[in-house]
Write a protein that binds this ligand. Sequence first.
Ligand SMILES: Nc1ncnc2c1ncn2[C@@H]1O[C@H](COP(=O)(O)OP(=O)(O)OP(=O)(O)O)[C@@H](O)[C@H]1O
Length: 293
Amino acid sequence: MIELRGVTVRYGSTVAVDNVDLELPTGAIYGLLGRNGSGKTSLLSVLASYRKPSAGTVLIDGEAAFENPRLMRQTSFIRDTLDLSGSDRISTVFAVARWLRPGWDAEYAGKLLDLFELHPRERVGGLSRGERSMLGATLGLAGRAPLTILDESYLGMDAVARTLFYRELLDDYLAHPRTIVLSTHLIEEVAELFERVIIMDRGRILLHDETDALRGRGVTVTGPADLVTAFAAGHTVLGEHSLGTVRALTLDGRLDPDEIARGERDGLSFGPLGLQELFVHLTSQPRPLEASR
Ligand SMILES: Nc1ncnc2c1ncn2[C@@H]1O[C@H](COP(=O)(O)OP(=O)(O)OP(=O)(O)O)[C@@H](O)[C@H]1O
């Protein structure tokens, strides 16, 4: 179990992570979603022990993680910046990874390089943005760290490379179960990978749930405005659209099938809400002035 207790990250007067409590059972793929500046990288830096929180602690199986060499060897944090020297060859980066990561699988790393059409003699500085992302993905996957954190590390990849990466991630995770945390803006594209989703907003955890539970959460009701309005009474409305006399409301929560059947008899139509739409509805409330930048 990974536990965050009262974790706060401040940069001067900016509170990037605000007193977060989170319990993450190990052995799952987590998707961390949040708008720009919501605190994802700050939270992940603390989770990876790259940064000491301004307050609070991270415990892994009950042990404090920060400056704990044993736990740090079991944690891999891949950022899009990669933090590697441009003059190093990929082969040198792999040699360091082998030394750092007890679970490093050199054969698998080679297979991923072939898949991404990279060569061990290439220097990091000569790689394109997408190729750097591919190298990051290779380091993250072949490292087999019990806690692997990928912070938007595959953003530079094109659609083909991303698809290869998702397939490898899932296959390798099934063969070697571990805890993987992915932060992303490409929600629908990676939603199939996540077993659990964490949504951050303004430094806080807005929601943490199983992906399947979230898929059933949220419904769009469309029909004549007066009927839709009457149907929505007692529900939390996340969003609305109107066109002439037709109104569409997005409702939070799971609807009772009998209630849906009654609505359909009255001429209303119902549609599910995708994870991305749910995310947009939940995080698109106007920001208070003091939180705007
Ligand atoms: N080194 C820093 N110094 C000062 N403020 C910072 C620093 N790093 C982050 N911040 C601020 O902390 C807040 C959270 O930033 P963070 O990078 O954690 O968000 P994020 O969710 O990862 O954003 P994005 O999706 O845009 O990458 C933002 O307001 C950001 O400006």
